[in-house]
Design a protein around this ligand. Structure first.
Ligand code: ZN
Length: 316
């Protein structure tokens, strides 16, 4: 058997205006901009990666920001909530901070944990979960947030589905077992308390299908140790579902499959990592493009919307 899957690697979503997206995640939520690159399939548009200071797998939220993209509608077969982890003692700080940006913040209790739910600028629903097992932070060196309150990376995600049974089989195969349920929500978790180890299923048999667009999650990736492990998992899950070939995403290697409930899953390797093509000190500062696109760099740079990074720092 391959080594266990312990949690998420990244979550990838769609946004509209690139600068608005960049400002929200770096300045309001205090994440580090760990990679400024392009959509490999559409190199005239960006692919943004946000995370902790080092771009650690399990902390990575990525976006395809398309200027002028219309808003999507979340629905069945999609991830409808993306949750970050903080200690319980940081919840009041975050509630005040988000309210200070005039964001509508809902505070609730779920499975005895405190949850803040709020929209990002494209209406994507983000959560901050306060709980006892929050990891030690590795906060962005540019964040204007006290280190003890920094987002720790992912707590987990919520999948919105019509039925749980077939998705449960795949989650079980991947090492996530059902821990508890509350109303229409079932909680699955991997062993241990690693980043992003919670997968919740929200079951609505009559739920509507959504459509992709700004503010919706495109896919979620689980982390695997290395290439050998990824191939073993590809074989294991491939006995039940169709798997893509391995694809080189420069900072990790990927295999994709659609779980039976309709959500696109990925297995992403921990290496090579985000310091593969630039030092940790200057992550995100310059446009990085894969070698096969370098010859088109001039055209790509002309087509991309210019960005302003570290606005808060510049004006402080
Ligand atoms: Zn991905």
């Amino acid at each position: 058997m391959p080594k266990p899957i312990v949690g998420l690697h990244h979550v990838t979503a769609i946004a509209s205006d690139p600068q608005t997206n960049l400002d929200f995640y770096t300045e309001v939520l205090g994440l580090r901009f760990v990679k400024r690159t392009v959509n490999f399939d559409d190199p005239g548009t960006y692919h943004f990666y946000f995370g902790d200071d080092a771009g650690t797998p399990g902390t990575i939220l990525t976006f395809f920001p398309w200027a002028g993209a219309s808003r999507g509608t979340p629905g069945v077969g999609e991830v409808t909530l993306t949750a970050f982890s903080v200690p319980l003692s940081s919840i009041d700080f975050w509630e005040q901070r988000l309210s200070g940006y005039s964001l509508p913040v809902e505070r609730s209790t779920r499975f005895a944990e405190t949850v803040l739910t709020f929209p990002d600028p494209d209406g994507m629903r983000i959560e901050i979960v306060g709980h006892a097992d929050a990891q030690t932070p590795n906060p962005s060196r540019f964040a204007a947030i006290p280190a003890e309150h920094a987002l720790r990376g992912f707590y987990g995600v919520t999948l919105y589905l019509r039925a749980a049974e077939e998705t449960t089989k795949i989650l079980n195969l991947m090492g996530f077992t059902k821990r508890t349920e509350e109303g229409t929500r079932q909680r699955f978790a991997a062993e241990g308390s690693a980043l992003g180890n919670h997968i919740d299923l929200l079951i609505h048999p009559e739920g509507n299908h959504g459509h992709m667009g700004a503010g919706t999650v495109h896919h979620i990736a689980f982390r695997v140790e290395d290439d050998a492990d990824q191939l073993e998992w590809r074989d294991t899950i491939g006995q039940h579902l169709d798997m893509t070939p391995v694809q080189d995403r420069t900072y990790f290697h990927s295999v994709y499959f659609r779980e039976p409930g309709g959500v696109l899953f990925e297995l992403a390797t921990n290496p090579p990592g985000f310091d593969f093509d630039e030092p940790i000190e200057s992550l995100g500062e310059a446009l990085r493009i894969p070698p096969w696109l370098e010859k088109h760099r001039d055209i790509i740079e002309k087509r991309l919307i210019p960005l302003e990074l570290h606005k808060a720092k510049a004006s402080a």
